[in-house]
Design a binder for this molecule. Structure first.
Ligand code: IMP
Length: 216
């Protein structure tokens, strides 16, 4: 059984369309590392989740990237949502005429086994502690920083371009109300419509196709 490790119900709803009954969601709240790439955060999360669950896991890390702000808030989207809030991020982007944006999503899969070469990247943990924030590195024990980092993790990415607008819509989660794609915000779409074009939908579609082959 595949386990989708997340505390975000919104993500689970979107994943069910691709993974159906083959996936169980696991509500495991671990402390994410700080790193300047979603790939590093997702790969580390998948290793921790696999250590915790002991069966195949996926975790997903996503973020909003403002093109004219060099990708801010990107991997720090969660912190910025909690501190500034999406309405202020939206106002800031519009005031600075920096409304061109994209969502990115990285799905990281780990089952403790190595992977065949394929177009999708494998994170082998070679960066070890390098991407950890200094504070994290200083407080982490040897076990936390090194143990399990050589377990390979397969990564699947998806992105979608859009425009930052005034909040509209009641659906979705996170930054969805201020992210417009083709005239509609993600919060105005139902899960099926959002999946058909979203960063997470694209990453999940790639993962689901590859995973079928792995389990066949
Ligand atoms: P995480 O991937 O759960 O760490 O989310 C990072 C940040 O991006 C959080 O603030 C989420 O609310 C936000 N986020 C992640 N995925 C989406 C999405 O599909 N739509 C809107 N916001 C998202």
């Amino acid at each position: 059984m595949l386990h989708y490790v997340t505390t975000n119900e919104g993500k689970v709803r979107e994943a069910e369309e691709y993974l159906g009954d083959d996936v169980a969601s696991v509500d495991y709240d671990y402390t994410e590392i700080q790193a300047d790439s979603l790939e590093a955060v997702a790969a580390d999360g998948a290793r921790r989740a696999y250590e915790h669950v002991g069966e195949p896991v996926i975790v997903d890390d996503a973020g909003l990237y403002l093109d004219d702000f060099d990708g801010f808030p990107g991997p720090y989207s969660s912190y910025v949502e909690d501190t500034l809030g999406i309405e202020r991020v939206g106002r800031l982007a519009r005031r600075e005429d920096a409304t061109s944006a994209r969502f990115r999503c990285v799905i990281a899969y780990c089952d403790g086994e190595p992977f065949e070469a394929s177009p999708e990247p494998v994170d082998t943990g070679e960066r070890r502690g390098q991407d950890l924030a200094a504070d994290d590195r200083a407080t982490a024990t040897t076990d936390e920083t090194v143990q399990g980092r050589d377990v390979p993790v397969k990564l699947f990415t998806g992105a979608v371009p859009g425009t930052i607008v005034e909040p509209r819509g009641e659906g979705g989660f996170g930054y969805d109300p201020i992210f417009e794609h083709d005239g509609t915000t993600f919060a105005e779409m139902d899960a099926e419509q959002k999946n058909a074009i979203s960063h997470r939908g694209r990453a999940l579609a790639k993962f689901a196709e590859w995973f079928q082959g792995r389990t066949a």
